[in-house]
Design a protein. Structure first.
Lengths: 136, 111
């Protein structure tokens, strides 16, 4: 199973997106789906870097990306503060410009782009985010 | 990410190329803020050569649009938005907040 550890820094988002795109491409996903998978992985990793680690130095993020039957499963493991995406309030997408919220958008996109987003936090092993997308 | 600016009589055009994510969005914001600081509030963002934009980029656009539209002094419009990016903007409900043109000159002419 493709597994890779990245420094938990925004400069590595490019590599994280490439890592996911490679597996998705080999798994036969369409270009449109690959873009969605890259965006979801980016939003998830960005949230971990920003909210779970909050600038902690030398932090890392372990990512697996694997095809199982017709599903692509991305997992991200971190040892930062628990950050449960399901606790993030859905932004009001109908609000006018002045009331439009800045936060919550990344989590909203993750949920829309993936078929399933699951989160577990464990005091011993850290936080585990699992995102699944079916092909076609 | 690379940004090149071009001043027109009534507006400024910024062509953003490459990828805008959490790493590069602060620089993108800075360019748009600088235009506002210089008193320019009619801005065009040309996305024809933009490959990728995450919600970090969307937030930069939202903040700039708020600042441009304040006191009716201007507006930020988008040009040549690639299909994938347009789909993501739509998903985020952002296409209602920005006029989108297909051609830079059409956008320049709108101001």
């Amino acid at each position: 199973m493709p597994i890779s550890t990245f420094p938990a820094r925004f400069e590595f988002l490019d590599e994280i997106r490439n890592f996911v795109a490679k597996v998705a491409h080999e798994g036969g996903f369409t270009e449109k789906a690959i873009y969605s998978l890259q965006l979801a992985a980016d939003e998830a990793a960005s949230n971990i870097i920003e909210h779970a680690y909050q600038g902690v130095a030398n932090a890392s993020l372990q990512i697996t990306c694997d095809m199982q039957d017709d599903e692509l499963i991305i997992t991200m493991r971190d040892t930062g503060k628990p950050f449960d995406p399901s606790n993030v309030k859905q932004p009001n997408l109908k609000a006018d410009l002045s009331k439009r919220q800045i936060g919550g958008l990344g989590v909203y996109l993750m949920r829309k782009l993936m078929d399933e987003v699951r989160y577990e936090s464990n005091a011993k092993t850290g936080n585990l985010l699992t995102m699944t997308k079916r092909k076609g | 990410m690379e940004i090149t600016g071009q001043e027109f009589k009534h507006c400024d055009l910024f062509k953003v190329q490459g990828r805008v994510d959490s790493a590069t969005a602060p620089e993108f914001s800075k360019v748009l803020e600088k235009a506002n600081t210089d008193g320019h509030f009619k801005l065009i963002v040309d996305m024809s050569e933009l490959e990728y934009m995450s919600s970090a980029g969307f937030r930069a656009l939202l903040a700039a649009q708020r600042n441009c539209k304040r006191l009716n002094r201007g507006e930020l419009v988008l040009v040549s938005v690639p299909e994938r990016i347009r789909e993501a903007l739509e998903l985020a409900g952002f296409t209602e907040l920005f006029k989108i043109f297909n051609d830079p000159l059409e956008a320049v002419g709108s101001f």
